[in-house]
Design a protein around this ligand. Structure first.
Ligand code: GCU
Length: 681
């Protein structure tokens, strides 16, 4: 009998192991809700218990903790958070005070064994509460990568998908007097249907990566509010408030305390109210990041204080305007990483480090790629006066045909906008990065763009686009062939092979006139139909880095010679952005291993990276109508796509600083350009 039992267990475990490989599998637990409800804004400014700090954890690579019985002896039901066994009691899947992880912080940063781990980790926080005070208790999670299941006292309450945006879950009806078990199952596994997908150029840092709070709010409370300077000339402010239905009929009062302005409105039956007034408040800008204390109070209900800035950002005739004045974006792109520690950046100290480097560059702008960063960064950007591009993780080949992926992105877009739409520093919402130009992608992103515009009329929409490789590669190839054939020093053997290729590629003899015509400055058109949906056209281009190795597979010429020809060509390169839209180059760059020996004649050296920056900045400064640039990237960051042992070692090294904070030569090149007022010469 016993032997049969062990065989049954072994077979069951084998079956479980096979099934457990599919990320995002559906738990068999009965769920109260499949997606958290409305997001509550500004948790840190409202009455709450701060749940940051140590949480007990259980690493569960086969996701056994919420599966049906796999032993024939009943499931292990980790979410019930049973106490650790004593005496002759038996249990294995139990939390134990000895094993904890800090929240917020990704798990790889805390335990080297979890650095490459992709799977579920169960988190437990026991809460001693007296919840009979009539307050609603709402869990607010700043971010958890990637899927989160929320359990309270063994009840499956809600599931959330999305690794970078906050979510709220009302726990009130599940809590009891005394000790409550709050369990979060966080699973960082990605696949072809998640957003982002598993194939992306950054490390998939798993865990609870944003602050966790338990809001304790009266029934007449605010859910969401949006303030904007609706008219620069008249200084008219529009403030839209959303409160709970219990607040319907009550007066809501708003004041800008430091300028002594106040307005009132009665909350409608739908819980909403709009307040409009004209203000004398100072405007926000990078040069003068004026902030004001916004106080919101509901009669007999909640009072909230927030800090906001007022400004307008507009696009007109292909230019950008901040508060009606022409704006040039001198920026840098950045992942949510810090030189202060490994893993995901989180909190104010990391935010100050990142934004401090932007300021040190003489920049006024940061592209927070490729997903919403921690809320502390955008709040600090308000304080420090740094303009922000905020982006959804619609990166590369997302499952644009999948209705579930669209629902997921629409939720992430709503959370991104609702969390940050009161931050003056944010001027651009980006809906995508380098996505394939297909009908399904266009339809998908049109929906997302419409949602974002519906939630926020006070900012501009953008996305990082590419030129059409099918057209640009042959054009660049012919141009380079022409330039190389013009070079009398070209060895005869290469010349004849190249001339033969040229005649085949152009369908005509390689006469001097045709060679000179081909060698003319190339013009690359941005013809992506997605640009029609956007207010600002942004382009990622890597002249000086990727193209020579790609073209060397097309053109019979030495790769080094092609690379040198591209560098020589750069001052003449021109892009044609969509007519009438501001034009920003959202990425250019080159890898450099800090301290790697070898001058500008070797890839991956600081000297070569610096040379690419000099040429790119000159090329773009000469570009008519350029409105900004955010080179790739502020800091070296972890990526599974950058193996090159001894040079990359699992890092994308296009940073101007490395992961230790060491500044590379290119940092100075960009700083000098910005300090001289780039793009002015
Ligand atoms: C792409 C992409 C980045 C990537 C970069 C690179 O444009 O947007 O996420 O890291 O290029 O190749 O380094």
């Amino acid at each position: 009998m016993l032997l049969r039992c062990f065989i049954a267990i072994a077979l069951a475990c084998q079956a479980v192991a096979a099934q457990a490989q599919s990320p995002g599998q559906v738990s068999t637990v009965p769920w109260q809700a499949t997606e958290p409800e409305r997001l509550y804004q500004h948790p840190e400014g409202r009455r709450h218990l701060d749940l940051s700090g140590p949480w007990q954890v259980l690493v569960d690579p086969l996701s056994a903790g919420d599966r049906p019985s796999f032993t024939g002896l009943g499931g292990v039901e980790v979410y019930k958070a049973q106490p650790a066994p004593t005496g002759l009691a038996f249990a294995e899947f139990v939390f134990n005070a000895g094993k904890t992880l800090q929240v917020p912080a990704d798990w790889g940063r805390q335990d080297p064994r979890l650095d490459l781990y992709e799977g579920p980790v169960w988190y437990l926080k026991r809460l001693d509460l007296q919840p009979d005070d009539g307050l609603a208790r709402i869990l607010h999670v700043g971010a958890a990568n990637y899927r989160t299941d929320v359990y309270v006292n063994g009840i499956a309450v809600a599931r959330h998908e999305g690794g970078f945006t906050p979510f709220s879950v009302d726990l009130t009806r599940y809590l009891k007097a005394g000790t409550n078990a709050l369990v979060l199952k966080v699973d960082n596994r990605l696949d072809a249907l998640t957003v982002p997908t598993r194939f992306s150029d950054w490390h998939n840092h798993g865990g609870i990566t944003g602050p966790v709070r338990l809001l304790e709010l009266p029934e007449r409370r605010l859910v969401s509010w949006a303030i904007r300077l609706a008219d620069l000339a008249t200084r008219e402010i529009v403030l839209d408030v959303e409160a709970t239905s219990q607040a319907a009929g009550q007066l809501v009062t708003v004041s800008l305390a430091d300028v002594g302005e106040q307005a009132q409105a009665r909350i409608g039956p739908d819980g909403r109210a709009r307040l409009v007034w004209r203000t004398r408040a100072a405007l926000w800008s990078p040069a003068s990041p004026a902030l004001h204390r916004l106080q919101l109070s509901i009669a007999g209900g909640e009072n909230v204080t927030d800090t906001i800035g007022l400004r307008t950002i507009t696009a007109r005739n292909g230019d950008l305007f901040l508060n009606g004045e022409r704006l040039i974006l001198r920026g840098i792109s950045s992942h949510a990483v810090s030189t202060r520690h490994a893993g995901r950046a989180v909190g104010t100290a990391d935010a100050r480090q990142l934004l401090g480097e932007v300021k040190a560059l003489g920049g006024n702008f940061v592209r927070l790629a490729h997903y919403p960063h921690d809320e502390a960064v955008v709040r600090e950007a308000d304080r420090m006066g740094v303009l922000v591009w905020s982006e959804l993780p619609v990166y590369w080949a997302v499952a644009f045909e999948s209705p579930d992926a669209l629902t997921n992105v629409r939720r992430q877009a709503r959370a991104m906008v609702e969390r940050d739409r009161n931050r003056a520093s944010i001027i651009l919402w980006s809906v995508a990065n380098e996505t394939p130009n297909t009908p399904a992608r266009l339809a998908f992103l049109k929906e997302v763009a419409a949602d974002v515009r519906g939630l926020d009329q006070s900012r501009l929409l953008t996305a990082a686009l590419l030129v059409d490789t099918a057209k640009s590669a042959p054009l660049l190839a012919r141009t380079l062939a022409g330039r190389l054939l013009q070079d009398r020093a070209l060895p005869e053997g290469e010349r004849s092979r190249l001339a033969a290729w040229f005649e085949k590629a152009t369908g005509a003899p390689a006469t001097p006139d045709r060679i000179n015509a081909a060698a003319a400055p190339p013009v690359f058109r941005i013809e992506d139909p997605l640009a029609d949906v956007l207010d600002v056209a942004a382009l990622n281009e890597y002249f000086g880095w990727y193209y020579a190795s790609f073209l060397a597979r097309m053109v019979p010429a030495d790769e080094g010679r092609l690379a040198a020809a591209i560098l020589a060509l750069m001052p003449d390169v021109r892009f044609v952005p969509p007519a009438g839209k501001p034009f920003v180059v959202s990425e250019f760059g080159a890898d450099a291993r800090a301290g790697l020996a070898g001058g500008a004649g070797r890839m991956f050296t600081e000297a070569y990276q610096a040379e690419v920056y000099r040429r790119q900045l000159a090329m773009l400064a000469a570009h008519p109508g350029i409105d900004g640039v955010s080179p790739w990237v502020l800091q070296d960051f972890r990526s599974p796509l950058r193996p090159y042992p001894g040079v990359q070692d699992g890092y994308n090294r296009k940073g101007l600083i490395d992961e230790t904070g060491r500044r590379k030569q290119a940092f100075k090149v960009l700083r000098d350009a910005y300090r001289k007022g780039w793009p002015q010469r």
